[in-house]
Design a protein around this ligand. Sequence first.
Ligand code: ADP
Ligand code: MG
Length: 256
Amino acid sequence: MIEFRNVTKVYETGIAAVNNTSLFIEKGEFVFIVGSSGCGKSTLIKMIMKEVEPSNGHIYINGIDITKISKRRIPILRRSMGIVFQDFRLLPDKSVYENVAYAMRVIEADPKIIKKQVPNVLSLVGLLDKAEFLPNQLSGGEQQRVAIARAIVNNPSVLIADEPTGNLDPDTAWEIMSLLSDINRRGTTVVVATHAKDIVDRMKKRVISIKNGIIVSDRENSSYVEEHNEGIAQNPNDYSHLSKHNFPWTKRKAGA
Ligand code: ADP
Ligand code: MG
């Protein structure tokens, strides 16, 4: 459902934030994108949302090459995605309920459906009893739960989170990641950029590790790969650190 084919992003400064990267994320997967600050995680995520354009290569979302779609169709693309950021980005003078409902109003959802759906997702994130609170009356973890409720209220096919626990204490961070995992179990594809090593190690999900804009490992049921374990520099013809996901075209059989 998300495919990068030889994607490169060179910023105006000359920095290659993402360098000739290919990856494939299937519908229903939970994927961590890890790596130290500046390795290119946010750039990768912004390209999925079409907030940043790649300098080279192609990105397919649900089979559509989004590097080729017109500006007019970007809102439709973004509607298929829920996004969560490190700094929550809630509307400060709107209630929890209104923050979530707003995401449905902008797509002109039927008010009757809004009235049903908002309490549904608030209950899913455990905040139904705080629906009338303002963001500044909530803890950081609760604010992030509101942001997650808002991100999933329109039933996106993929939920993308960029450092969603970066501003939270370890226990709260774990709760938020567990919530993302619950949402994934209900069928939503989830992609999380993070450097929360302890949580990644505990969750045993697919982990894509990036260094200097290059995928240096991609493993199922994995933990955070430490830099000294990375194998890319040692033998340029050794691809054992990469999984089949980096070569999606090799696994696709005719008719598959
Ligand atoms: P991460 O999210 O892993 O910290 P980023 O994708 O934000 O990494 O950044 C990757 C590299 O690209 C860094 O060297 C960063 O300084 C650079 N970069 C990010 N955004 C921009 C930009 N808008 N203009 C120029 N350079 C950028
Ligand atoms: Mg980042």
